[in-house]
Design a protein around this ligand. Structure first.
Ligand SMILES: *[C@@H]1O[C@H](CO)[C@@H](O)[C@H](O)[C@H]1NC(C)=O
Ligand SMILES: *[C@@H]1O[C@H](CO)[C@@H](O)[C@H](O)[C@H]1NC(C)=O
Ligand SMILES: *[C@@H]1O[C@H](CO)[C@@H](O)[C@H](O)[C@H]1NC(C)=O
Ligand SMILES: *[C@@H]1O[C@H](CO)[C@@H](O)[C@H](O)[C@H]1NC(C)=O
Ligand SMILES: *[C@@H]1O[C@H](CO)[C@@H](O)[C@H](O)[C@H]1NC(C)=O
Ligand SMILES: *[C@@H]1O[C@H](CO)[C@@H](O)[C@H](O)[C@H]1NC(C)=O
Ligand SMILES: *[C@@H]1O[C@H](CO)[C@@H](O)[C@H](O)[C@H]1NC(C)=O
Ligand SMILES: *[C@@H]1O[C@H](CO)[C@@H](O)[C@H](O)[C@H]1NC(C)=O
Ligand SMILES: *[C@@H]1O[C@H](CO)[C@@H](O)[C@H](O)[C@H]1NC(C)=O
Ligand SMILES: *[C@@H]1O[C@H](CO)[C@@H](O)[C@H](O)[C@H]1NC(C)=O
Ligand SMILES: *[C@@H]1O[C@H](CO)[C@@H](O)[C@H](O)[C@H]1NC(C)=O
Ligand SMILES: *[C@@H]1O[C@H](CO)[C@@H](O)[C@H](O)[C@H]1NC(C)=O
Length: 670
């Protein structure tokens, strides 16, 4: 995040560069060689590497003989009462914060600066002690400053300018709040915020607002003083005893890029001074001999026994881990921020992990920060890029170290593939953005190659059934197939060799059972045939009755009348049975001398009344036929049945009277 911010600030500064560099070039004389300390590795080993929890590295140093020139002279101040340590640059007011110096990685220092001045009755203008770069090795200071006070206009003057400008104003309403509370919401009331950037320093002045006078009886911390505090700030440094790399290389005695595999880069911003970097594939401190090394960040030994290996439903196998001592390198340090939601954050706080796959060397990553990102970039201090993927949600390839397998195997104490039966695998992305190695279990083994005894034998015989034609024998790392011995046969269900004799018994049983089933089948099909025969006889009977009951005549009548054909239908008895639920007792709506009237519901949901005769009388049938014959050619009167429907029941004659709401079915069965 700090890096992203700096890039933006530096882009803004671009336009000012030429003016400032011209100013600097005039007094850009190199330091005397006598001032420069180029220490031996033995000397450096005696120098403190830390101040509290901040790291210190050459060319910076604490104590005589530990820093390159006085610009890099640091002071570690230990607060006797709290025991906390603070690290200051040579000016004693610019504090180094956030980790300290990562000299091989960046030319920026996270810094902090604060100052205040007491407000005195009768004084309206306050010039705050100005800030200036603590030496010519410091070439840019940018960030944001919060100013607190009461009733002032805040003016700012850059040291390389003559014109102060109004940066902001601070007003105070009646009530009083603490300085900390004021800073929390720095919006112009009690506190205001000033962004700044400077090559040569600046100074603040406070001019009292009209009518906002402390002589008016007011007391309280915000009325009594004015103060400036950096909200965040970063300071850029480089080696300034030579103007550029070409000059520096000319003086071998003072050339700062001492490590092999390091290179020199000119300061393009102020065109004064230079920086050293480790070459691609090397990490470390380019300012000391043998400072640039190949990746040594992987530690294959899990330091702690009881590590959390789960975050919600995400498994976290070693080399990844949550707690200190549970992961193999900083880039594999994860933070389970919420186990209920399975939220697993990466070290950079900008990516989340949703799944880790050791076998394929893949990790599912979700980008959660709000900057645009096309391809995966996971910045972890002092770590090489070990992840490679595209998009905001990606299944990224990962490597355990930016080393070849050969390099890794030479450095056994840091070699990741610690399990027996594991192998080293080259990880090479096509774009060469990821270059390194990972581990896999050898063929025939599965598990975690990154832990001791992590790769376990695969029982191929159990895993892949049918891998052998007959007997399967699992052996460590493999399996082999064999045949059953003589007079034995392979049984696929028990997956064992069984004697042929026993199989014959089974065969007998099977034949017996099959025979039994055959007999049952024969009986059943006989019954079926009888049933079919009965139904055939019935159908013949029905057909005869249909003819006898003038069914054919009805059919003729209907088909001869074209109006009738779309309104008149002859139902089958099955349809009527369905409509009346098999002439169910509950469906009876009326009883007559000759039969019953049922309520029926046709398949199209129409409700009909169906009359079912008990006996068939010659006269009734004729009467019914006549009725049909009369009605059909005429339009039905309102109070009369609208339509006749006739049933073709193959032996049963049925009449259906279709009223506006009802259909009356006249049904005569045999
Ligand atoms: C380094 O800084 C300390 C404290 O400010 C000072 O006492 C000392 O003389 C400095 N050393 C050099 C070589 O400038
Ligand atoms: C470093 O120490 C300071 C107090 O001395 C503490 O506030 C801070 O959190 C520590 N930082 C780390 C990264 O441990
Ligand atoms: C404050 O600084 C300004 C400009 O730098 C100067 O003109 C003024 O006299 C100074 N005031 C005091 C009280 O030092
Ligand atoms: C400014 O911040 C103060 C608290 O410091 C708050 O009381 C006030 O409402 C804020 N004003 C605006 C306009 O946000
Ligand atoms: C400075 O002000 C901002 C609000 O504008 C606030 O978020 C921040 O915490 C303040 N910084 C300090 C050091 O108090
Ligand atoms: C200021 O207020 C205090 C009490 O609030 C009072 O004692 C004092 O006399 C006042 N001073 C002036 C100059 O009004
Ligand atoms: C990894 O190593 C190769 C050379 O072995 C180098 O070209 C590449 O830049 C390195 N990548 C990183 C991210 O350090
Ligand atoms: C692991 O064990 C140590 C002591 O053996 C204990 O203090 C620690 O809390 C344990 N950690 C976890 C995550 O269980
Ligand atoms: C994990 O994340 C939480 C919340 O973001 C944070 O408070 C905590 O310090 C982090 N732990 C580590 C070890 O980074
Ligand atoms: C975790 O997420 C759940 C569901 O969103 C939420 O209720 C809970 O407060 C979260 N816990 C923490 C520690 O943030
Ligand atoms: C892996 O990288 C090396 C060196 O960069 C290259 O020679 C080789 O062809 C790459 N292999 C694959 C499979 O990309
Ligand atoms: C086969 O594997 C399963 C689990 O995968 C296990 O429960 C079973 O005992 C194994 N059988 C044999 C014969 O190894």
């Amino acid at each position: 995040m700090v890096c992203g911010f700096l890039v933006l600030v530096l882009a803004l500064l671009g336009t000012q560069t030429t003016r400032v560099s011209a100013a600097l070039a005039t007094n850009g004389r190199p330091y005397e060689e006598g001032n420069i300390v180029v220490p031996s590795p033995a000397m450096l080993r005696r120098c403190p590497e830390r101040c509290g929890n901040l790291t210190v590295a050459y060319p910076f140093g604490i104590g005589s003989g530990c820093f390159r020139d006085p610009d890099f002279n640091l002071t570690c101040v230990v607060d006797g009462s709290t025991g906390t340590s603070r690290l200051f640059l040579r000016d004693g007011i610019t504090e180094v914060i956030n980790g300290g110096f990562d000299v091989g990685w960046s030319r920026y220092i996270s810094a902090a600066y604060a100052d205040d001045d007491a407000v005195v009755s009768g004084v309206d203008v306050y010039n705050m002690s100005s800030w200036s770069p603590p030496g010519r090795s410091f070439v840019g200071f940018s960030g944001r400053i919060n100013v607190t006070g009461c009733g002032f206009d805040v003016f700012m003057l850059y040291n390389d300018s003559n014109t102060p400008f109004k940066a902001c104003s601070i007003t105070c309403p009646g009530s009083e709040i603490t300085e900390t509370a004021a800073m929390e919401n720095c919006n112009g009331t009690w506190c205001c915020t000033v962004p700044f950037y400077s090559f040569n320093g600046f100074q603040f002045s406070f001019v009292r607002l009209r009518g906002q006078d402390s002589r008016v009886n007011r007391t309280g911390p915000l009325w009594n003083k004015v103060s400036v505090t950096t909200d965040y700030a970063s300071l850029q440094w480089n080696v300034a005893d030579q103007a550029n790399c070409a000059d520096a290389k000319g003086d071998a005695a003072t050339y700062a890029c001492l490590s092999n595999n390091s290179s020199c880069v000119d300061n393009l911003m102020t065109h004064r001074g230079y920086s050293c970097y480790c070459n691609g594939g090397f990490l470390g401190n380019p300012y000391v001999p043998q400072g640039c090394l190949r990746d040594r960040g992987y530690n294959p030994i899990q330091q702690v026994a009881n590590c959390t290996r789960q975050c919600g439903d995400i498994e976290i196998p070693f080399p990844f881990g949550i707690e200190e001592g549970c992961y193999a390198r900083k880039a594999f340090h994860l933070n389970c921020t919420n186990a209920t939601t399975s939220t697993l954050q990466m070290e950079d706080d900008e990516h989340q992990v949703t799944h880790i796959n050791l076998d394929e060397g893949l990790i599912d990553i979700k980008y959660i920060a709000y900057y645009q990102q096309d391809f995966l970039r996971i910045y972890v201090d002092e770590e090489p890029d070990l992840y490679m993927g595209y998009g905001e949600t990606t299944s990224a390839q990962w490597a355990v170290a930016n080393l070849t397998c050969q390099e890794a195997q030479v450095d056994m104490p840091r070699y990741a593939c610690v399990s027996t039966n594991s192998e080293c695998l080259v990880v090479n992305s096509t774009q060469n953005l990821l270059y390194g190695y990972r581990c896999k279990c050898s063929t025939g083994f599965q598990g975690n190659p990154y832990v001791r005894e992590g790769c376990q034998d695969i029982d191929e015989c159990n895993k892949t059934i049918g891998i052998c034609e007959e007997v399967c024998n699992n052996i460590v790392g493999s399996y082999h197939c064999s045949k059953c011995p003589d007079k034995m046969e392979y049984d696929t269900t028990t997956r064992k060799c069984t004697s042929i004799k026993r199989q014959n018994i089974y065969l007998g049983i099977i034949i017996g059972l099959t025979g039994g089933f055959g007999v049952i089948l024969l009986i059943l099909s006989g019954l079926f045939m009888v049933h079919r025969w009965k139904r055939y006889i019935q159908r013949q009977l029905r057909r005869r009755y249909f003819r006898k009951n003038q069914g054919l005549l009805l059919e003729q009548l209907i088909s001869s009348d074209e109006n009738a054909s779309d309104k008149t239908r002859i139902f089958s008895v099955e349809e009527l049975e369905k409509a009346t639920n098999n002439f169910d007792q509950t469906r009876i709506v009326g009883r007559g001398g000759h039969g019953m009237v049922y309520k029926g519901i046709l398949s199209d949901q129409r409700v009909v009344a169906i009359k079912k005769s008990k006996v068939i009388e010659e006269g009734e049938i004729n009467q019914f036929i006549n009725e049909v014959a009369i009605l059909l050619p005429n339009k039905p009167p309102k109070h009369r049945p609208a339509l006749w429907m006739l049933s073709r029941n193959r032996g049963t004659s049925v009449s259906v009277r279709f009223y506006p709401k009802w259909i009356i079915v006249w049904y005569s069965s045999f």
